[in-house]
Write a protein that binds this ligand. Structure first.
Ligand code: GLV
Ligand code: MN
Ligand code: MN
Length: 413
């Protein structure tokens, strides 16, 4: 068959996604496959079984990143890498991350079935803990692999039950022997659902992001004075939750106040001791600020910090603020982004230039290798929810674009 006519098998891709969606399936139709949970292990085991079935060389590193390598004619030329993540949000969707890994697997299955020899090796990857929901920060696997995050710091990160990342990695049997250390990469492609409303609104099938917004994460700890809610008068209380409530609204108002293009969210809050008849004496909340304009995000934080200090002082609630993680805004490689657009056009798929508001491992990868992503529409713009959905035909279309991106790069000498 002429190479241009090569297509992935949409039915086989759907079957792989449906098999994976059984692991950690939730009653509401989504999945819960938190990083390093038993469900994450089960998905990893199945993934590795599938990698062996197509004779890939499987490698696991000390961050639990899983790689499957298909040899090229050359052993010297840097490989093409393609993949995403298999962990999910709590009550997450069936497409976030896993589409990129199963899409890459389908690409390799197709290349194998057609006996295509590429110049360069192709390496499929499942990065550990992209979500950052059980253990913060996000994109830990790619962050260490690219030399941007410190492995020992991450091994010590704890979840809300006090479990350590490093110990959980060992518990599920995925602390591999290989150093999590990058090798030269010719090109990295990540295929993903859009997770927002733009493609649907613009009636476009393929998104060609020019990059990813910056992500800045903070952890805020507020202290109050616990007391019996009945006998304690309203005056003079140091209620940590009330202070936190004011702070949450400040975060919500921040983008409008700053102007420009940014979003800011408090998504997680822990209130202690969390009893209806005790005045709260401790609150932990998270702040997530994102923008394409990194300077704007930084000054927004400075502004917010001053507001938080004011609230804490007025309410007599000492505050501690941690700058947990910052990853800069990421422009992708023009040449590869253009390739996504060109291939989409050859297929007759309308494409759209955009910016990704969601974080991806492509953020770290783009700091060490030419990188591009391919998006397909999210129905209703919903993601990180159980109803997250993408049409099967769209999944197939995006995977065909991925196939030809990967092939073009892997055939380059
Ligand atoms: C990653 O899932 C993100 O928060 O964008
Ligand atoms: Mn994702
Ligand atoms: Mn996600």
């Amino acid at each position: 068959m002429h190479r241009e006519n090569l297509r992935i098998d949409g039915k086989r891709l759907r079957t792989a996604l449906e098999e994976m969606a059984k692991i950690g399936a939730t009653p509401g139709g989504g999945v819960q496959r938190l990083t390093l949970s038993d469900e994450d292990k089960q998905a990893r085991d199945l993934f590795i079984k599938w990698l062996h079935e197509i004779d890939l060389e499987v490698m696991i590193d000390e961050m639990g990143n899983i790689f499957g390598k298909r040899a090229g004619k050359s052993t010297k030329l840097p490989p093409v890498m393609v993949g995403s993540h298999m962990d999910s949000q709590p009550k997450g969707g069936r497409f976030d991350g896993i589409l990129g890994v199963m899409g890459a697997l389908e690409v390799l299955r197709t290349i194998n079935d057609n006996g295509i020899e590429t110049e360069r090796p192709i390496i499929i990857v499942d990065w550990t803990n992209e979500e950052g929901t059980r253990f913060a920060p996000a994109m830990m696997g790619s962050g260490v692999w690219t030399g941007k995050l410190d492995k020992d710091w991450l091994y010590g990160r704890i979840d809300i039950h006090g479990k350590r990342f490093g110990e959980e990695l060992e518990r599920i049997g995925y602390k591999g022997g290989r150093p999590a250390k990058r090798w030269p990469v010719h090109a990295y492609y990540e295929y993903h659902i859009e997770q927002g409303p733009v493609l649907e609104r613009e009636k476009k099938l393929i998104g060609a992001p020019k990059g990813i917004v910056c992500l800045h994460w903070y952890d805020i700890y507020v202290e109050g004075t616990a007391n019996q809610v009945g006998p304690t008068p309203m005056e003079g209380r140091n209620d940590a939750l009330c202070a936190a409530a004011e702070m949450v609204l400040k975060v919500n108002e921040l983008p409008a106040k700053m102007g420009g293009n940014m979003v800011a969210t408090v998504g997680e809050i822990h209130n202690f001791p969390n009893s209806r008849n005790i005045i709260p004496d401790r609150v932990h909340l998270t702040v997530d600020i994102r923008s394409w304009d990194e300077g704007l995000a930084v000054s927004a934080w400075e502004d917010l910090k001053a507001d938080f200090e004011g609230i804490a002082g007025r309410r007599g609630c000492p505050i501690r603020m941690e700058e947990t993680w910052r990853v800069g805004h990421t422009p992708f490689e023009d040449r590869l982004v253009k390739r996504v657009v060109d291939i989409a056009e050859q297929f007759g798929y309308p494409s759209h230039s955009m910016v990704s508001g969601a974080g991806h491992d492509a953020t770290y990868m783009s700091q060490v290798a030419p990188t591009a992503m391919i998006f397909v529409p999210s129905i209703g713009g919903r993601s990180h929810v159980e109803v997250e959905n993408t049409r099967w035909d769209d999944c197939e279309a995006g995977a065909n674009v991925l196939l030809h991106c990967v092939l073009q790069s892997a055939l380059e000498v």
